[in-house]
Design a protein around this ligand. Structure first.
Ligand code: FAD
Length: 314
């Protein structure tokens, strides 16, 4: 693991650091590299360009760990408007919609005390109902490990009504492989990612080689299962392995999907899409970009260099 990772992720939780960093306007190069803009108006052209290039998208309205009911309600309202906007851009004839949204349950109220989980479930249900109407599907992001069981339970319940509802699973969590066996047997759409939070050794692998090995084991479970694997990684070795495993398991181009983050490995995204693979780009927008940006900086020390230069130039 990169030695700066724990330091940057710890800073991600510091209100003072947040205050200093968010003074940088969203247009500062490094933020804009990872975040499509602050508003839906700024997001629109970015989405259209990605769709025109043959890629699919999953749009995230930035926000997490909501501490007030009003903020959760505001996030739901924004997602409803977003889904309306996106419906106009969607292809109606693909088996899996090219346009979807990603959502964090902590933004929908999960962390609002004892009633939080119920509030988040109710809010996610509203978004899923809206998604059916608009054919803009939903994936639930994976957050820190204290939320994982609750999030998976929430998704399990809602999948009875909305079987297309997808969820992200992090391979750094020791418990993920077992959880995936159940989800894969159930035919779920699963986004498999390494995991972006700072987690204790008791629950998560700490070394890169262990996380990568777990990724391959989890991917094997998904490829053999009944569901739809979504390989969310920029790692060339894992992408190569996924392409081979798909062939070995008789999965065609429409049975597996690759996913990458907006602003990362753009040429590789285009290459995979150009070869006819389903390639979805996770595109965040909104004013609450701090936590998201810090996780991207923690993944790659070189990004931190760009960011510090942007701060120094002000
Ligand atoms: P790495 O080994 O970290 O990276 C491989 C290569 O990719 C690097 O060598 C570099 O070339 C490139 N790269 C990776 N990260 C960056 C970066 N930040 N900047 C520039 N280049 C980079 N995590 C969660 O915890 N929950 C989620 O719900 C979640 N959803 C995700 C959705 C998508 C579509 C993707 C792609 C990732 C998501 N993640 C999520 C983040 C994920 O867990 C990893 O933290 C992140 O993708 C880095 O891991 P990697 O697999 O790309 O491999």
């Amino acid at each position: 693991m990169n030695p700066l990772r724990p330091v940057i992720l710890a800073a991600a939780g510091s209100p003072r650091m947040k205050q200093a960093v968010t003074k940088v306007p969203v247009t500062a190069g490094v933020v804009r590299r990872f975040v499509a803009g602050e508003t839906r108006a700024e997001l629109g052209p970015v989405v259209r360009q990605l769709l025109d290039s043959g890629r699919s998208v999953s749009i995230d309205f930035l926000g997490e760990y909501t501490t007030e009911r009003a903020m959760a309600d505001a996030a739901v309202a924004e997602y409803v408007s977003l889904i309306d906007d996106l419906a106009a851009l969607n292809d109606r004839d693909t088996p899996i919609p090219r346009v979807e949204v990603s959502v964090k349950l902590s933004a929908l109220g999960q962390s609002l005390g004892p009633d939080g989980p119920a509030i988040a479930t109710e809010n996610l249900h509203k978004l899923c109902a809206k998604a059916v109407e608009s054919r803009v599907w939903v994936t639930v992001d994976a957050e820190d490990h204290t939320t994982t069981e609750e999030t998976l339970e929430n998704v399990r319940q809602l999948r009875a009504e909305f079987p297309w509802l997808a969820v992200a699973v992090q391979t750094y969590l020791r418990a993920s492989e077992g959880r995936l066996r159940e989800l894969a047997a159930d035919g779920a759409r699963i986004r498999l990612c390494k995991g972006a939070y700072q987690e204790p050794e008791t629950v998560a692998y700490q070394h890169r080689a262990e996380v990568d090995a777990a990724y391959l084991r989890c991917l094997d479970v998904l490829m053999r299962g009944q569901g739809y694997p979504m390989i969310a990684s920029h790692d060339p070795a894992l992408i190569e392995a996924a392409l081979t495993m798909a062939v070995e398991n008789g999965r065609g181009r429409g049975d597996v999907e690759f996913q990458m983050l907006f602003g990362i490995r753009d040429a590789e995204q285009r290459r995979l899409a150009g070869e006819g693979h389903a390639m979805r780009v996770y595109v965040p927008y909104g004013g609450q970009w701090y936590g998201y940006l810090m996780r991207r900086l923690a993944e790659r020390p070189a990004n931190l260099g760009f960011f510090l230069r942007a701060l120094a130039d002000r």
